[in-house]
Design a protein around this ligand. Structure first.
Ligand code: 4NP
Length: 160
């Protein structure tokens, strides 16, 4: 069965579209795209319909990731059913997602991105929106580390 992964942050213009691009690149590189359904969403709809943040896109593209996804708001009525893994970027995202969960089954699908970290010892992917350039670089570092860990986990369960 296909593995379905939804990355979630606040605005869906910085962290979660980057997570979507990094994870998609890893999946494609391993020739696994047929086995994955990958998307991203925001807990807010503030930027719905718009492209990724220009600063985030610039830093991502320097590392070879094109951010193409258009922002949308997380929809508890459809997204909890459609996705097996719902992955928030920080503790606030997790709290918001838990508050929207309809039942225990929904709640079990919610994870924090840094739960999958391998090398780096951060407990959140910090919001880069109001900070400087280094915040966008940190997001990409953390996402590359945690996406590698996530892919190991999803592949182990897909092959079971
Ligand atoms: P994101 O970053 O949650 O990683 O997409 C943000 C984007 C927009 C805002 C905050 C964080 N905002 O306040 O509009």
């Amino acid at each position: 069965m296909k593995k379905s992964v939804l990355f979630v942050c606040l605005g869906n213009i910085c962290r979660s579209p980057s997570a979507e691009a990094v994870f998609t690149a890893m999946v494609n590189q391993k020739g696994l795209s047929a086995f994955y359904d990958i998307d991203s969403a925001g807990t807010s709809g503030w930027h719905a319909g718009g492209p990724a943040d220009r600063r985030m896109s610039k830093h991502a593209s320097r590392r070879g990731y094109e951010l193409t996804s258009i922002s949308r708001k997380f929809d508890p009525q459809t997204d909890f059913d459609r996705f097996e893994y719902i992955i928030g970027m920080d503790d606030e995202n997790i709290r918001t997602l838990r508050a929207m969960a309809r039942n225990a089954e929904d709640r079990k699908k919610i994870h924090k991105m840094t739960d999958f970290r391998q090398e780096l010892s951060y407990n959140e992917v910090p919001d880069p929106y109001y900070g400087g350039e280094e915040g966008f670089e940190l997001v990409l570092y953390l996402l590359e580390d945690a996406c590698a860990g996530l892919l190991e986990k999803t592949e182990a369960s897909r092959k079971q």
